[in-house]
Design a protein around this ligand. Structure first.
Ligand SMILES: *Cc1c(COP(=O)(O)O)cnc(C)c1O
Length: 376
C-alpha cells in the first residue's frame, strides 16, 4: 500500500468493496519497465485496467496501448492516444470491430489463423499484421496457451500469405502466460520466434518486429523475480539470437503496470465454522469470485490479505465471497491463515489488486453493487 492510499483510506473511509488505486504508482511502474527494457516500446495491455485516469496518465507518459476489443481502442483514442500508438492485439475480432478500428486509423493487428487473416485483408487492407506463436506457458499462474497462438510451421505459411494478400507482414508475437514467474520462459519463446523470424527474412520478407507480450508478475502472497531479472533474460536472449541486427521490440505489460498500484478494501461479512469442532474457519468477505476477484478461479492468483489484527495469533481459514453461488469460494486449498481475532464488520485489505479486478466484477449478481473504484 502506498502512503497516498493509506491517507485516502483514513480521510475518506470509502464504502466497501472498493478498489483504491494510486496513479502515481502506475507512472512509477511504467517508468521502471521502460527503463529496464529501453529498446522495447511499451504497449500497455488495457484489459488489465482500462480506467480513464490510468489511460490519461499513460498517454501523458508516451505509452502505446494493446487493445483487446474495439471499445478499448475507442477508450484509448478518447484518452488522447494517437491511432498509431494502438495495437489491436486480440487474435479474435469481429469484422465490424476491425472495420471500425481501421476507420479510426489503427493499422496494427494480431492474428493466429488463416480465417482471421482473411478478415484483416478485407476489413483493414494494407495494415501491419503480426502472427501470434504458440509458446509454452509453464511457470505462469494464469496460462493463455490453450486458447491463442499457432505453430511455427503454420505461422510461416500465414505470414507468406499475408504478404500475398497485400497486408504488411510486420512481425511475430507470443505471450508466455500471465503472472509468469520464470524468466526462462521468455528465453525459450524468443528462441522459437527467432528461428522463424530469420527464416522469413531469408525468404525475402520485410518482417521487422518481435512482440514479447506481457506476463511480468506482481508480488502477491509469494515473492516473484524483479522486473530487471526478466529484462536481463530478454535482452540476453535477443542478443544471443539476433546479434546486433535486433528487430523492433514491443512489450505488452498489463498486470505489472497496474497490479501493485491498488488495493481492494473489503468488509468481513461473517466468520463461522461448518461445525464447532472444525478447525477451519470460513471467512466470508463482501467481495468474491463474482465481485471482481475472478482470478481466484482454481486458486490461481493468491492474493495477500492484511487486517487490523495482523501480528496476533492466526488460524487456518477458507475464504469465500458473499453470493449465494457455491462456486464463490476463493481459497480452500491454499493454506491461508488469518488472525483468530478477525470478526464480522472488520475491514480487510486485499493487496495488489489493481489488475484484472474492476472489469471482472459482475453486474449486480444477487443485487450486489459492482466494485467501487477510486483513482487518486
Ligand atoms: C492479457 C494480455 C497481455 C497482458 O498480460 P499481463 O500478464 O497482464 O502482462 C498482453 N498481451 C496480450 C495479447 C494479452 O492478451
Amino acid at each position: 500500500m502506498t502512503s497516498k492510499i493509506a491517507r485516502f483510506l483514513i480521510d475518506h473511509q470509502p464504502a466497501t468493496p472498493c478498489l483504491v488505486l494510486d496513479v502515481d504508482r502506475v507512472e512509477a511502474n511504467f517508468r521502471r519497465v521502460s527503463a529496464g527494457l529501453p529498446l522495447a516500446r511499451v504497449y500497455y495491455a488495457v484489459k488489465a485496467n482500462p480506467a480513464r485516469p490510468i489511460l490519461d496518465r499513460l498517454v501523458a507518459l508516451g505509452s502505446s496501448f494493446d487493445a483487446a476489443g474495439i471499445e478499448e481502442v475507442e477508450m484509448c483514442l478518447a484518452a488522447g492516444a494517437r491511432p498509431s500508438q494502438i495495437s489491436f492485439g486480440n487474435t479474435i475480432k469481429k469484422s465490424s470491430a476491425i472495420t471500425r478500428a481501421f476507420a479510426a486509423g489503427v493499422d496494427m493487428f494480431a492474428f493466429d489463423s488463416a480465417e482471421e487473416l482473411d478478415k484483416l485483408a478485407t476489413c483493414a487492407p494494407g495494415s501491419r499484421v503480426y502472427c501470434r506463436i504458440l509458446v509454452e506457458n509453464e511457470g505462469a499462474d494464469w496460462p493463455l496457451s490453450r486458447k491463442f497462438g499457432t505453430t511455427i510451421a503454420n505461422a510461416r505459411t500465414l505470414m507468406l500469405r499475408a504478404a500475398e494478400m497485400g497486408l504488411d507482414p510486420y512481425g511475430l508475437s507470443f505471450h508466455v502466460g500471465s503472472q509468469q514467474t520464470t524468466t526462462s520462459s521468455y528465453e525459450a519463446a524468443i528462441g522459437r520466434v527467432a528461428m522463424l523470424f530469420t527464416d522469413l527474412r531469408d525468404a525475402g520478407m520485410n518482417i521487422r518486429m518481435v512482440n514479447l507480450g506481457g506476463g511480468f508478475p506482481v508480488r502477491y502472497r509469494d515473492e516473484v523475480p524483479a522486473f530487471d531479472a526478466f529484462a536481463n533474460a530478454i535482452m540476453g536472449a535477443m542478443v544471443a539470437h539476433f546479434g546486433n541486427a535486433l528487430p523492433e521490440m514491443l512489450i505488452e505489460p498489463g498486470r505489472s503496470i497496474v497490479g501493485d498500484a491498488g488495493l481492494i478494501l473489503s468488509e468481513v461479512v461473517l466468520v463461522s465454522r461448518r461445525d464447532p469442532e472444525d478447525p477451519i474457519r470460513w471467512v466470508y468477505l463482501d467481495i468474491g469470485r463474482f465481485g471482481g476477484l475472478a482470478e481466484t478461479e482454481g486458486e490461481a492468483i493468491k492474493y495477500r490479505f492484511t487486517t487490523q489484527h495482523d501480528g496476533g495469533e492466526t488460524g487456518p481459514v477458507a475464504i469465500a465471497g458473499p453470493t449465494c453461488d457455491g462456486a464463490d469460494i476463493m481459497y480452500e486449498r491454499s493454506n491461508y491463515r488469518l488472525p483468530l481475532a478477525l470478526t464480522h464488520g472488520d475491514l480487510v485489505e486485499i493487496q495488489s489488486t489493481g489488475a484484472y479486478t474492476t472489469t471482472y466484477a459482475s453486474q449486480k449478481f444477487n443485487g450486489f453493487t459492482p466494485l467501487g473504484e477510486h483513482y487518486i
